[in-house]
Design a binder for this molecule. Structure first.
Ligand SMILES: Nc1ncnc2c1ncn2[C@@H]1O[C@H](COP(=O)(O)OP(=O)(O)OP(=O)(O)O)[C@@H](O)[C@H]1O
Ligand SMILES: [Mg+2]
Length: 250
């Protein structure tokens, strides 16, 4: 059973060891529900590893990961697969299927995970695409026929298809031009706002500091498997941690 109370995600004393390398080190970290939280950190800090623990793709060596009140280690394979419906993901390059049109891409999770009828799927896909600002004339375009910004929109629509309670954004603005960055940022905020009434917690993993600070409620800084700073965004900017300031001034 899902519980909608704080925190949405709770990482309790999580350690992850690969061979001799400790990548997450007795990590304690709670993510508040219905907020936008960004996790920053240098390359190799353990961000993607942390994300995989939140998704239950990876198990901790020790410690507990709970999402919406559910201890992930208590779920078997099938239950975990079902549980992942609570997550939506937007990847760095949107990760669309190249040979599927925009609407086929968005329809994919609905065909895979729901028993909706063809006509219901068509209707839902249309609503989703419109809600992220894709016009009908582009519904039948392939990803290669869409701009980078439009691909992000389609990727987001697909991420939202199963009405997730947690949206995970992996480097959503890295490599984008300033205008598209702004558009993607607006989209993240709009999505969080639009879906707040039915629970929507947003987690962004990024090293694009400037882009994410504008839209985050909370910012955490991960360094060598530990969260060394975690504050509301305005306080985070004034952090007295040397490493954080170094990162902010890059
Ligand atoms: N499956 C794995 N097996 C062994 N080592 C791994 C595995 N996954 C990650 N690592 C190691 O864990 C460390 C952290 O990797 P991770 O991908 O989490 O970093 P990151 O913060 O996401 O970096 P980046 O910003 O470059 O994406 C790295 O040293 C990496 O080599
Ligand atoms: Mg990574």
């Amino acid at each position: 059973m899902l519980t909608f109370e704080n925190p949405a995600i709770s990482i309790q004393n999580v350690t992850k060891i690969f061979g001799e390398q400790t990548v997450l080190n007795e990590l304690n970290f709670d993510i508040e529900r219905n907020k936008i939280t960004t996790i920053l950190g240098f390359s190799g800090a353990g961000k993607s590893t942390l994300l995989k623990h939140i998704l239950g793709i990876m198990n901790p060596t020790s410690g507990v990961v709970s999402v919406l009140g559910q201890d992930l280690s208590k779920l078997d394979k099938m239950e975990l697969r079902e549980f992942r419906r609570n997550f939506g993901m937007l990847f760095q390059y949107a990760a669309l299927f190249d040979s599927f049109t925009a609407q086929e891409n968005v329809a994919f999770p609905l065909k895979e995970f729901t028993k909706l009828k063809e006509s219901e799927i068509t209707e839902k896909v249309k609503d989703l695409l419109i809600s992220v600002g894709i016009k009908e004339e582009s519904f039948d375009r392939l990803p290669s026929e869409l701009s980078g910004g439009m691909r992000k929109r389609v990727g987001l629509a697909r991420g939202l298809a199963l009405s997730p309670h947690i949206m995970l954004y992996d480097e959503p603005t890295t490599g984008l031009d300033p205008i598209t960055t702004k558009m993607v940022n607006n989209l993240i905020v709009e999505t969080a706002t639009q879906h707040k009434d039915r629970e929507m917690t947003s987690v962004i993993i990024s090293h694009d500091v400037r882009a994410t600070l504008e839209i985050s409620d909370y910012v955490a800084f991960l360094d060598r498997g530990k969260i060394i700073e975690y504050l509301p965004v305005e306080e985070f900017k004034k952090s007295d941690k040397e490493l954080v300031q170094e990162f902010l001034n890059l």
